[in-house]
Design a protein around this ligand. Structure first.
Ligand code: GLN
Length: 300
C-alpha cells in the first residue's frame, strides 16, 4: 500500500468512528509510524509502505477509532511550546493549563522575584506543583523561570517517573525535585518555604465523569480527574494547608473547572487576599490566584 492510499483509508476509518479531524489524525499516526514529519508524507504520496509499517498503521488507526487518545498512541503532547512524553498514567496536558503557567510567570516577573535571585541558584524562586502528573507545569515553569527551584509532588509513582523523564527531556532536571506525596503529606520539612504553590488538581464532580468524552473517561487516569461529590475536594485540602507552606506574600495559583471560579475564590477568602480570576483562551474563568494574608501578631 502507498502513503496516499493509507491516508485515505485511515481517514475513512477514523471519520466513520466519529473522530472530528480524521485526515489530520490519520496523518499524525502515519508520521508516528514512519518517524517522519508531515511534509514528508504529503510530498511522498506514492511512497510504498513496507508490511510492518502498513500493519502498524492499521492497528493504531483502529485503536484511535475505538477512542484511544492520539497522544497516548504517539506518546507525545506539546505544551508551552515544549515537548512532553505522555502515557495513560498521566493526564494529557491541555492548552487551558497554559493560562495557569502564564499566571505564575507574570506573578514572578511582577514581583521581581526573578531579579532578586542569584545566578548560582542560592536565591531561587521556590515553587511547589501539587499533582504534577506529566510534569508539564513544573517543567514549563523551570524552563521559563531560569532562577526557579521546583518541587513536583504527586501521589502516583508512575506519574512521577513520567514527570522526571520530561524534566530530563527539557533539560531542567537539575532544578526540579520529585516527591511522592498526597497533597502535603510528604512535605513536612517544607513549611514556610515556597514563593508559589501551583496546582491543576482533579476537579470533575464524581457523577460527571461518565458524561466526559470517551477519550477522557475511558483512557485518562480517573484519579487525575475525579474531584469528589462537588468537584471541590482537592481545593479544600490544598487551600486549607497552603498558608502553612508559603512564605509571607507567597502566591497560590489554581486551575479550576468552567463553573468553579466563584466557589474556589470563596474557599480562598479566609487565608488569601488579592484574589483574582484569569480567563483561558476560550473566555472561560480558568485560574484563581491569591496572595497569602499576613499573619497578624496581636501586641496588646
Ligand atoms: N480539564 C480536564 C478536562 O476537562 C480536567 C482536568 C482536571 O480535573 N484537573 O477533562
Amino acid at each position: 500500500m502507498i502513503v496516499r492510499e493509507a491516508l485515505q483509508e485511515g481517514c475513512r476509518t477514523l471519520g466513520e468512528s466519529g473522530i472530528e479531524a480524521p485526515a489530520v489524525e490519520a496523518g499524525a499516526i502515519l508520521c508516528f509510524v514512519k518517524n517522519c514529519d508531515r511534509s514528508f508524507i504529503y510530498a511522498h504520496g506514492e511512497y510504498e509502505l513496507n508490511s510492518t509499517e502498513e500493519q502498524m498503521f492499521g492497528e493504531l488507526v483502529n485503536l484511535r477509532a475505538k477512542g484511544k487518545p492520539l497522544q497516548y498512541i504517539t506518546g507525545f503532547q506539546e505544551f508551552m511550546s515544549l515537548a512532553f512524553e505522555v502515557n495513560p498514567s498521566v493526564l494529557i496536558p491541555r492548552q487551558d493549563t497554559e493560562t495557569l503557567v502564564e499566571a505564575v510567570i507574570s506573578y514572578v516577573i511582577k514581583t521581581r522575584r526573578m531579579d532578586e535571585c542569584a545566578p548560582d541558584g542560592g536565591g531561587c524562586v521556590r515553587i511547589l506543583d501539587i499533582g504534577t502528573g506529566s510534569g508539564c507545569i513544573a517543567v514549563s515553569l523551570a524552563h521559563y523561570i531560569k532562577y526557579s527551584c521546583v518541587t513536583a509532588a504527586d501521589i502516583s509513582e508512575k506519574a512521577l517517573q513520567t514527570a522526571m523523564k520530561n524534566a530530563v527531556k527539557n533539560n531542567v532536571a537539575d532544578r526540579i525535585s520529585f516527591l511522592e506525596s498526597d497533597i502535603y503529606s510528604g512535605l513536612d520539612s517544607y513549611r514556610g518555604s515556597f514563593d508559589v504553590i501551583v496546582s491543576n488538581p482533579p476537579y470533575i464532580p464524581s457523577d460527571q465523569i461518565d458524561t466526559l468524552q470517551r477519550e477522557v473517561k475511558d483512557h485518562e487516569p480517573v484519579n487525575a480527574l475525579d474531584g469528589g461529590d462537588d468537584g471541590l475536594d482537592f481545593y479544600r485540602r490544598i487551600i486549607g494547608g497552603a498558608a502553612e507552606f508559603l512564605k509571607p506574600d507567597g502566591m497560590l495559583a489554581l486551575e479550576v473547572g468552567y463553573d468553579q471560579a466563584a466557589a474556589v475564590s470563596k474557599l480562598m477568602e479566609t487565608n488569601f487576599c488579592g484574589i483574582s480570576i484569569n480567563k483561558d483562551l476560550n473566555g472561560i474563568d480558568r485560574v484563581v490566584t491569591g496572595l497569602v494574608k499576613p499573619v497578624l501578631s496581636l501586641e496588646l
